[in-house]
Design a protein. Sequence first.
Length: 423
Amino acid sequence: MLHLNAFLFGCGHHTAAWRHPNSRVEDLGDIAYYEELAQIAERGKLDAVFFADGHSVRDPAGAGTWFLEPITALSAMARATTHIGLVTTVSTTFYTPFHAARMLASLDHISGGRAGWNVVTSMFDAEARNHGFDDIPGRNERYARAEEFVDVALALWDTWDADALVLDRAGMYADPAKVHRIDHDGKHFRADGPLTVPRSPQGRPVLFQAGASGQGRDLAARYAEAIYAVAYDISSGSRYYADVKQRIAEAGRDASAVGIMPGLVTYVGSTMGEAKAKKAELDALLPVEQSLRQLSMFVEQDCTTWELDAPVPSLPPLEEFTGPHGRYDTILRIVEKDAPTVRELLGTLAAGGGHATMIGTPESIADEIEAWVQAGAADGFNLMPPLYPHGLTEFVDHVVPILQARGVFRRDYAGSTLRENLR
């Protein structure tokens, strides 16, 4: 059965979304806005809603990327929903395992067993300097810390047996024999335990990971119960899928039980023309000069003279490119697959970057989703609507019913916890 999450991100995943007249930019600090998004996702029977997180402000004049702290927001959203999973990013670079384990166990209790943790290592020096570091630690150190962090958190969640609470008013709240220390003393962390929060409904939150690098993929293979991925087309998705599934099996785990969900940007219209017009409307709100300068940096040539509504000029093949290959390879894939104009390319990069982008009718988008799954490129998708709430509403109201009618997506939730609904 197909898995679908909704990636909640400000006014939408298009960087110009906040400038759209229908955006809810005034509501970014209002918890009711996020509760509404979660309720829309729950109406569509999606597995979960997901928050990324960041620890620095990059451009105050640009889009409102971060506002409410995610676990605080999800705790409120738990009270406005009943079944939808609630997944948050928690950085292993800046938190401690005890702090994270305590907050996530609390969210699991508050939500009745719907909490998930996206395990990440942070990336930017600006974030590090908000946490007492001069710069971000090196990759090897970050991933070593992350592995120890997850191991300690898992141990802390197991410090309370499922039947530890006695609640005998005669004199025993919990059975001391069923509440344990962990006495961890490692390279990066010390934690005696036990956790201050008794065992939560799921035992522990569901672990997600978004590993792109080799070390990230290995971390996902060892711990993740579901994986957020980046792939623009089926061929790149299939390569990532096969590689990570193999790593999971080599780690001694059941690869079929770990769902891989690439990000997915959709523009839904009653016709292809209407869907393209929705993209064009958002693309027209981009600051052109700034976007062209950024593109010039990605392709290492001057793009500022390129004609916006003409096809993208010919670009050198990847093997001849001397700059960073990741973003450039994505641009080549977009040009090859979609043959965009320069303006359309800027818009695609502004809405999800290297993530899969599907533009069309509900039927054509459902066809593409099924094609990815049948080709072994995905077990589902992490939805990244370019404009909230409209993009999510359109997907839920028009694409989900087609997937349900085809028997590839649930009509109702099978269980009460996030882990049950991901099976």
